[in-house]
Design a protein around this ligand. Structure first.
Ligand SMILES: Cc1cc2nc3c(=O)[nH]c(=O)nc-3n(C[C@H](O)[C@H](O)[C@H](O)COP(=O)(O)OP(=O)(O)OC[C@H]3O[C@@H](n4cnc5c(N)ncnc54)[C@H](O)[C@@H]3O)c2cc1C
Ligand code: FES
Length: 266
């Protein structure tokens, strides 16, 4: 897989809600070669502060455009919000391994996507690919479970619906959908459906991913988890992002960020 470094022109920068922003970039090489689950490493400053690039998932691609969805949590993401349409971002990507998903005309895998908070970001790109696989006549729809603190924090519900996915919601405070964690919603739903041949794809905070791993391992359901580990170089050189697997330490930025739940050691 080829990786590019480029100056990507910002085509649009929009505040979605709260601290969440959507940014559309003109990044032809990245857009053409990205897979869902891969990320770009962005230098947000014009000088060396912040020194490190920041990894952000590829949210969607279309033609020469690639977009990201990000939440302001610190210095780099705050600086990113100050970038305007027409500015350029120094970007390296696509990086990492993506999700493994069925190609068109292969057997439908009954996909279940589980997103916690900003975990929706890479799963929209994946949902677009999965819904391409589903024939119009197929009764099996991509099922997407979205979890958030409250109704106000829910992201991408309409976007997943527009792609043709069946969407179910969980909120911690019960202000929308199931009251509780999205992993509890997953557990509940799996008790009501035939999950043979299902594949779970998940992205979100670590405790959520651990819960999804426990649930899928217990039921022997294949699950692919995208881990958002802290990263330094982002290109496999510094070992700053290693995760424990049954096969030894692996770099989240190179062998990951997507790992099989059955391979991870928590
Ligand atoms: C592969 C990958 C894909 C990602 N995709 C997205 C995305 O699509 N959208 C998005 O908003 N964010 C994403 N992130 C997280 C994003 O990289 C961080 O939020 C960002 O680097 C924070 O930079 P900052 O300078 O604003 O905050 P910092 O000052 O660096 O950190 C602020 C706070 O956020 C915490 N934090 C920083 N990085 C991470 C991390 N990787 N995981 C958990 N907590 C962290 C810090 O511990 C600290 O508490 C991704 C991370 C990885 C590794
Ligand atoms: S961040 Fe340097 S090896 Fe992964």
């Amino acid at each position: 897989m080829k990786t590019f470094q480029l100056k990507a022109k910002i085509l649009a920068q929009t505040k979605i809600k709260g601290n969440c922003w959507h940014c559309e970039l003109n990044a032809p090489q990245v857009a053409r070669s990205s897979l869902p689950g891969q990320f770009i490493n962005i230098r947000v400053g014009d000088n060396l502060d912040p020194f490190l690039r920041r990894p952000i998932s590829i949210h969607s691609v279309s033609g020469t455009k690639a977009s990201i969805l990000y939440e302001v949590v610190g210095k780099a993401t705050e600086i990113l919000t100050q970038k305007k349409k027409g500015d350029f971002l120094d970007v390296i990507g696509p990086l990492g391994s993506g999700f493994n998903y069925p190609k068109p005309k292969t057997q439908n895998p009954k996909p279940i996507l589980v997103a916690g908070g900003m975990g929706v970001a890479p799963l929209i790109f994946l949902a677009g690919k999965l819904t391409e696989v589903e024939s119009k006549k197929s009764k099996v729809k991509t099922l997407v479970l979205i979890g958030a603190k409250s109704k106000e924090h829910l992201l991408c519900v309409q976007e997943f619906k527009k792609l043709g996915c069946a969407v179910k919601i969980a909120t911690d405070d019960g202000s929308a959908g199931f009251k509780g964690k999205v992993s509890d919603l997953l557990k509940y739903l799996l008790s009501t459906i035939d999950y043979r041949l299902s594949t779970i794809y998940a992205c979100g905070p670590k405790p959520m991913l651990k819960a999804v791993a426990d649930i899928s391992n217990e039921r022997q359901i294949s699950a692919q988890l995208s881990l958002e580990e802290h990263m330094s170089c982002g290109i496999g050189a510094c070992l700053g992002c290693v995760v424990k697997t049954k096969d030894g330490l692996k770099r989240a930025c190179k062998e990951g960020p997507v790992f099989l739940a059955k391979d991870l050691v928590w």
